[in-house]
Design a protein around this ligand. Structure first.
Ligand code: F6P
Length: 366
């Protein structure tokens, strides 16, 4: 089917590079003579159009995407409470129930004359896209997440910016840790994967890195701190992924609400308290949290985001649907949405970066 009108949506947590994708999609579509719409806040612009004074859809022309490549956030807005298959709806008693609104969404897309959708998001958005493709929509996915946990692509945009910022923070914490002879524990995002903690920890020369893929023993971290003390190094830097947990223990969950993914957090404070208790060394915890999601995308993320956006439109032009664009260096290829959603991409325990860390003497608490 030839294309006249496409829509773009950004879903899940924001990541630096979203606006670059939007620009690339819009310009690539307009240059083919296609019309381009933006859906506000994931799919909410179509599911709750009455919530938007200016309408839930926005016409994207050259002017609307001018000067946005370097901007963090997303000009379309995003949400992680808008899964059409598990849409959170309040019942009369005020309790939130999950309702399947996917058929309504498919009907709304068709009613708007939208021939294809570019869905920019993480694992949740790709799973939604996969389900909507089964229901008859033509969708190409673009992989986004600072967590880098999406299968089928070597990297997602947003990750490099998050790692670069976390590394800069570790650099800054070194001097204050050394000056006060403290242990600094730095908690970073990443959900159930340790990519951000690992890459920033190695680049920022952490002494210990705790990731979900390697359940830790706090006494092994204490051992590392003691080893450093014997060398006359009375400070240490410990990077903790938010999904890390002790061997035999659980990850720390802040909350779980209907229609939303569970929120993780708190492990940094727990590790810091235990290390202070066990080492008697003053310890401080720093949670980088959403700082990792903000700001200007690095050049790497901008370029990948632009390449992904343009490739998504090329994929549609070549007749694809039900696929996700993916980085397979040096090229961008298309992978089936099934491949992107079949499992989470964890850090392989035998990957070169883990081996590098071990060779450098960095402890994983194992
Ligand atoms: O998936 C991206 C991410 O930033 C995770 O690293 C983190 O666990 C989660 O989103 C936080 O989501 P929210 O902004 O809803 O708290």
């Amino acid at each position: 089917m030839s294309i006249r009108r496409i829509a773009i949506t950004t879903g899940g947590g924001d990541a630096p590079g979203l606006n670059a994708v939007i620009r690339a999609v819009v310009l690539s579509a307009l240059n083919r003579g296609w019309e381009c719409l933006g859906i506000r806040d994931g799919y909410n612009g179509l599911l709750q159009p009455e919530e938007y004074a200016a309408g839930g859809l926005v016409h994207l022309d050259r002017e609307s995407v001018r000067g946005i490549t370097h901007l963090g956030g997303t000009i379309l807005g995003t949400t992680n409470r808008g899964n059409p298959l598990h849409y959170p709806v309040k019942d009369e008693a005020g309790n939130v129930q999950e309702v399947d609104r996917s058929d309504e969404l498919v009907a709304a897309v068709k009613a708007q004359g939208i021939d294809a959708v570019v869905s920019v998001g993480g694992d949740g958005s790709m799973a939604i896209a996969h389900a909507l493709v089964q229901k008859g929509l033509r969708i190409v996915g673009v992989p986004k997440t600072i967590d880098n946990d999406l299968n089928g692509t070597v990297i997602t945009f947003g990750f490099d910016t998050a790692v670069s910022f976390a590394t800069e923070c570790l650099d800054r914490l070194h001097s204050t840790a050394q000056a006060h002879r403290r242990v600094m524990v730095v908690e970073v995002m990443g959900r159930y994967a340790g990519w951000i903690a690992l890459n920033a920890g190695v680049s920022g020369t952490a002494d210990a890195i705790l990731i979900p893929e390697i359940p830790y023993d706090i006494h092994k971290v204490v051992k590392k701190i003691r080893e450093r003390e014997r060398l006359g190094l009375y400070f240490s830097i410990v990077v903790v992924a938010e999904g890390a947990h002790p061997a035999g223990g659980q990850r720390m969950v802040v909350s779980k609400q209907a229609g939303q993914a569970e929120r993780l957090g708190g492990i940094g404070y727990r590790v810091a308290a235990e290390l202070q208790e066990l080492t008697s060394r003053e310890t401080r915890a720093v949670v980088l949290g959403h700082l990792l999601r903000g700001g200007t995308p690095t050049t790497f993320d901008r370029l990948i985001a632009l390449r992904f956006g343009a490739a998504a439109v090329r994929a549609l032009d070549e007749g694809c649907g039900g696929c996700m664009v993916a980085l397979d260096p040096p090229t961008v290829r298309y992978v089936p949405l099934e491949e992107a959603t079949k499992r989470m991409k964890s850090v392989p325990l035998d990957c070169d970066t883990i081996l590098t860390a071990r060779d450098l003497g960095i402890s994983f608490g194992d």
